[in-house]
Write a protein that binds this ligand. Structure first.
Ligand code: KIV
Length: 270
């Protein structure tokens, strides 16, 4: 997998960057095997893994834990660690300390934080500490109470000002979430750093989707911008139901799944 400078160069050359979220060791291994460009350990873990209604209660300790698992699963990947709610908003020193934990303890290469103009001091401070930053503007789920819900963000001037502020503060990339495609295209053309879209149209410098959404592992409320590339939730239920049926029928375990009196290796090849 590439480094951050590689990603910046490839985006500048017109290549679209592929980013997917992951939260654990197997997810990271699958993402790496699929050849994605970067893995984002998003605070969406609070919704798709922890089963909460929002990301607001995700803690920094939890993010460190999930980053660590992902970094172990994809040791060569660019791992983007997401700063959770109230781990950076209070002050630039708080932001630097929290970002440092995702890098030092979590093994992330870069951190992401939500907010445009209102977060420039935090972005500058983290970048000064030599930690690369990804911004996140548009629909920022940590601002859900101020925004009044998960809504498309259509204020062109706000989006443009936030995007420019994030770039000027030193971020190397910015996530544009849930904004009109035309505005996202204008912002992507205006910025020199790559935009990573989610619900922001095809003109962004790259795209990100949530692992559980794209694999069909999350059956809660899905945004319209999500495309399901697999139905692993259904496949999982079917496999578990077969297991249950075979146990009840006494057909599992079969003789080949057991051990005789003579020694034989406990492992099997997959
Ligand atoms: O938390 C997350 O997974 C994210 C991405 C969807 C951009 O912020």
């Amino acid at each position: 997998m590439p480094s951050i400078p590689d990603l910046i160069a490839r985006a500048a050359a017109g290549e679209r960057l592929v980013v997917v979220t992951a939260y654990d060791f197997p997810g990271a291994r699958f993402a790496e095997a699929a050849g994605v460009d970067a893995i984002m350990v998003g605070d969406s873990v609070g919704v798709v893994v922890q089963g909460r209604a929002s990301t607001l209660s995700v803690t920094l300790d939890q993010m460190v834990y999930h980053c660590e698992m992902v970094a172990r699963g994809a040791p060569d990947a660019v791992v983007i660690g997401d700063l959770p709610f109230m781990s950076y908003q209070a002050s630039p020193p708080q932001a630097v300390a929290s970002a440092g934990r995702l890098i030092k303890e979590g093994g992330a290469a870069t951190v992401k934080l939500e907010g445009g103009e209102r977060m420039v001091e935090q972005i500058r401070a983290i970048v000064r500490a030599d930690i690369p930053v990804v911004g996140h503007i548009g629909l920022t789920p940590q601002s859900i109470h101020r925004l009044g819900g998960y809504r498309v963000q259509r204020d062109r001037d706000r989006l443009l000002a936030d995007a420019v502020a994030v770039e000027e503060a030193g971020a190397w990339s910015v996530v544009l979430e849930c904004g009109p495609s035309g505005i996202a295209a204008e912002i992507s053309a205006r910025l020199t750093i790559p935009t990573i879209g989610i619900g922001a149209g095809a003109a962004c410098g790259g795209q990100v989707l949530v692992y559980h959404d794209l694999l069909g592992l999350y059956d809660g409320r899905a945004m319209r911008f999500v495309k399901r590339y697999a139905a692993l939730g259904e496949a999982t239920v079917a496999a578990l139901a077969r297991f249950a049926a075979e146990v009840r029928a006494g057909t599992f375990p079969a003789p080949e799944h057991g051990f005789g009196a003579e020694g034989s290796a406990p492992e099997r090849s997959r």
